[in-house]
Design a protein around this ligand. Structure first.
Ligand code: GTP
Length: 327
């Protein structure tokens, strides 16, 4: 290497350590190099371009045709810096006749290692995100299950009283706004105690499930069927007037009565109380009126439907009405 003053490389480039500049001949022998080059590449391995330029290889550079400015290559240049280590630079190679000028402008290996760290961190972050989203999904499912358990009766799967309460309150609010009719049908199975006594509570439970299926099957999706109490059910009928509610109740009554459910040898019947929401009526008062109608039906022979009047004196049985109307 020429140790005299630089013949080709401008003197101001010499002390710049971040810029490695070297000139080689076509054999790859180093002709000149600045301090940055010597600082970056340890001397013990010699400075021949064939050994020191890992990528693109010096052989490849020899084959490349320079453009009109002498530029042969620009891009990533990997240099063997010694001790078996290769470092990446962003650089340019020029060729003038048999001379090659290499300018490795920026050591990007630090950035590369940073970016590989970054990649690893991103990967870890991604994995963590996936795990969190998986856990969130499980949590959501559990929350849904809990919510379902909270809303639904464990035995029949019907809405429970809490859900009925919420829906009735909602419908009362809607009534106050739009004045659309709202009907509530309470259903109390007749002599259910005897069934339990005769066949055992397990059979009783199965019958309750059966009733739930019948009620669900006979109502619209807009209606809400709920387990109101032990052997009591409720059907909330939005957008339904007195006649409509009576038709639904009678259909349910007949569905129950006409079905033979083993091991019962007699029909499973129920007493029905129907109530239409009255102006300014609160939820509990509404329930109470429907309940009063159920009692009225019970006290008038069971397996029948009573319509709740505004006051107790006005409660009345509907069977006769239905027969009269031939519904
Ligand atoms: N198997 C079962 N029985 C229940 C359940 N909840 C309430 N019961 C029973 O339902 C019966 C209700 O009895 P009562 O209130 O006397 O009414 P009833 O025997 O149906 O008689 P009436 O209403 O007068 O027709 C009781 O025997 C309760 O134990 C339940 O979840 N499963």
């Amino acid at each position: 290497m020429n140790t005299a003053r630089f013949a080709f490389i401008p003197p101001w480039l010499d002390p710049l350590r971040a810029v490695a500049v070297a000139m080689f001949d076509s054999n790859g022998d180093l002709i000149e190099a600045n301090e940055g080059f010597r600082f970056t590449l340890s001397p013990e391995a010699g400075y021949n371009a064939t050994q020191r330029i890992a990528e693109p290889t010096f052989e490849a550079l020899l084959r490349m045709q320079p453009d009109e400015t002498g530029l042969v290559y620009t891009g990533l240049i990997n240099l063997h810096i010694g001790h078996g280590i290769t470092r990446a630079f962003a650089g340019t190679v020029y060729r003038r006749n048999q001379l090659f000028l290499l300018a490795a402008e920026l050591d990007i290996s630090a950035f590369e290692s940073l970016s590989s760290d970054n990649e690893r961190l991103n990967q870890e972050l991604d994995d963590a995100r996936k795990q969190v989203s998986k856990r969130n999904h499980t949590l959501e499912k559990l929350q849904e299950e809990i919510a379902t358990l909270k809303r639904n009766d464990g035995l029949t799967g019907l809405a429970n009283l809490k859900l009925l309460d919420a829906r009735v309150s909602e419908e009362i609010q809607r009534w106050e706004r739009y004045r659309r009719p709202l009907a509530l049908v309470l259903i109390d199975l007749d002599e259910f105690g005897k069934i339990n006594d005769e066949f055992g509570r397990k059979v009783g439970d199965e019958l309750l499930q059966h009733v739930a299926t019948i009620l669900n099957g006979a109502t619209r999706t807009l209606d809400l069927v709920a387990r109101y109490g032990g052997q009591e059910f409720a059907v909330l009928l939005p957008e339904t007037n007195e006649m409509g509610a009576m038709i639904v109740a009678e259909r349910l009554r007949m569905d129950l009565e006409s079905m033979l459910i083993l091991p019962l040898l007699r029909p499973l019947t129920a007493s029905f109380g129907v109530a239409l929401l009255q102006p300014d009526e609160k939820r509990d008062a509404y329930y109470a009126r429907a309940g009063r109608a159920v009692k009225y039906a019970k006290s008038h022979g069971k397996n029948c439907i009573a319509m709740a009047g505004v006051v107790a004196d006005c409660d009345h049985l509907y069977q006769s009405f239905i027969q009269e109307q031939n519904v």
